[in-house]
Write a protein that binds this ligand. Structure first.
Ligand SMILES: [Zn+2]
Length: 132
């Protein structure tokens, strides 16, 4: 699957009985307009764009839903956390120390993440489908 657009959302909360609350975290990933949800808490499941939910009931199956999610979206749970971290806690620019970011178009099909202050290129994303 060629990724044209990818957005990531994160929320968290508490589930389970009041006397034994359990923290959960949930990532919603929009890939080319399709919605994938990864819920990790007392219950662990993923929800596919067709609303089908795959539950992880036995602990050792955790790796399996992780693999399914990765195959469909290109990101596993760790990848989601890293992507979220990179977007929301960007590292300081090596040149000027700014944490501001902006997106620019580079060559056709190329998107550049650049420092908002000094325009140093931090990350570039190349999308083949954009030039076909
Ligand atoms: Zn900079």
């Amino acid at each position: 699957m060629k990724i044209v657009e990818r957005r990531i959302y994160n929320k968290d909360g508490v589930e389970g009985p009041k006397y034994d609350p359990y923290g959960w975290v949930e990532y919603t990933l929009l890939v080319n307009g399709k919605r994938f949800v990864y819920h990790l808490g007392l219950a662990e499941w993923i929800r596919l764009p067709n609303n089908k939910r795959i539950d992880m009931t036995i602990k050792r199956n955790g790796k399996i839903i992780d693999k399914i999610f990765e195959k469909l979206t290109g990101l596993n749970f760790l990848g989601l956390e890293k992507a979220w971290e990179r977007i929301h806690n960007p590292k300081k620019c090596k040149k000027c120390g700014s944490k501001k970011r902006k997106w620019m178009n580079g060559f056709p099909g190329e998107t550049l993440e650049v420092c908002g202050k000094c325009d140093r290129i931090i990350y570039s994303h190349f999308d083949e489908s954009a030039i076909m």
